[in-house]
Design a protein around this ligand. Structure first.
Ligand code: FAD
Length: 285
């Protein structure tokens, strides 16, 4: 359980971190909270020769209010997200998800940017950020660009990040009045990673769903938006009959993971159950 030797650099700015990535190429890895990278290094599944620590870069810290949007720095920890009153008052699915991650140690040190870059298929943030219609800001040698959460998670542990790009922030539009949101997950009892996690955000007006956003994690190789459920709810009342119909569409047409934790059939079943729980939660909140 001891990692191979590596050189350690502590970057003081985003540009310095990018310069270090360019200088050391494929041998270098960014170190944020280290709660995904270091376990992989201890198991020798990952053996970078150089670690670039971004934990002390001020520009990657903090949660703030922008023009109609919430801005979360890449180095913000799960604990900071779980305890932010700015977030709990407007985007309760973020608070719920943050509270459900790992244990106190993981939440105190693990970061949202690290989780997104790692793109574990069972991680919570990918589904939550897709449902929240988030945008991920990144910076590389060609400057800044923004990627929607829908386009960010491309495959198993794979993202749209290019070489030498760093996630700098996550931006989430504040939802309109009448919006409720929730994150419901069936967790692996030891790690608390999602065997299935369903994130939902619904805006209701005149008794019907005017805007619906639903996404899953844990179900397939990468988190995904569930357009089947969204289509089934749009323009409809959130009553038990419509919720049951929409839940039956969960993960339809997706390739569903099967492993020693849960078979394909069981995960498919959980997706329908947790979709229903998520819809019931926004109906009553
Ligand atoms: P690191 O481990 O430092 O980095 C992870 C990867 O991302 C590395 O490849 C690194 O180079 C890259 N990276 C980091 N930051 C950036 C950046 N800004 N830009 C570009 N690349 C970057 N997660 C869940 O979602 N739900 C859980 O229930 C859960 N339970 C856990 C339980 C345990 C016991 C442990 C150890 C982890 C658990 N996790 C869970 C994962 C945890 O949330 C990690 O904190 C997270 O996945 C990675 O964040 P980090 O800051 O630790 O990143």
């Amino acid at each position: 359980m001891i990692p191979a030797n590596f050189e350690y650099y502590r970057a003081t700015s985003v540009d310095e971190a990018i310069d270090l990535m360019v200088e050391h190429g494929m041998d270098a890895k960014i170190l944020a909270g280290g709660h995904s990278l270091l376990p992989a290094m201890k198991l020798r599944l990952n053996q970078p020769g150089v670690l670039i620590d971004i934990g002390r870069i001020d520009g990657l810290k903090g949660i703030s209010k922008g023009d109609g949007e919430l801005i979360i720095g890449a180095s913000v920890t799960h604990h900071e997200l779980a305890t932010s009153t700015l977030i709990s008052s407007s985007l309760s699915l973020i608070s719920e998800a943050a509270e459900s991650i790992g244990d106190v140690q993981v939440r105190n040190v693990g970061t949202i940017g690290g989780s997104l870059a790692h793109a574990d298929p069972a991680a919570d943030w990918p589904a939550v950020l897709i449902a929240a219609n988030a945008t991920i800001d990144v910076r590389g040698t060609d400057g800044n660009r923004s990627i929607t959460a829908d386009d960010f998670f491309t495959d198993f542990f794979t993202t749209a990040l290019e070489d030498n790009e760093l996630i700098t922030a996550i931006r989430i539009p504040f939802p309109p009045d009448g919006t409720t949101s929730s994150y419901q997950k069936f967790m692996q009892p030891a790690s608390r990673f999602a065997l299935v996690g369903c994130a939902i955000m619904v805006t209701q007006s005149d008794g019907v769903c005017e805007r619906v956003s639903v996404a899953f994690t844990g179900v397939s190789e990468a988190a995904f938006r569930d357009e089947g459920i969204e289509g089934a709810l749009l323009g409809k009342a959130l009553n038990e009959e419509n919720i049951a119909t929409a839940a039956n569409k969960a993960a339809q047409g997706m390739s569903i993971l099967s492993d020693h934790f849960a078979s394909e059939e069981y995960r498919g079943h959980l997706a329908r159950v947790y979709a229903k729980r998520a819809m019931m939660a926004v109906r009553t909140t």
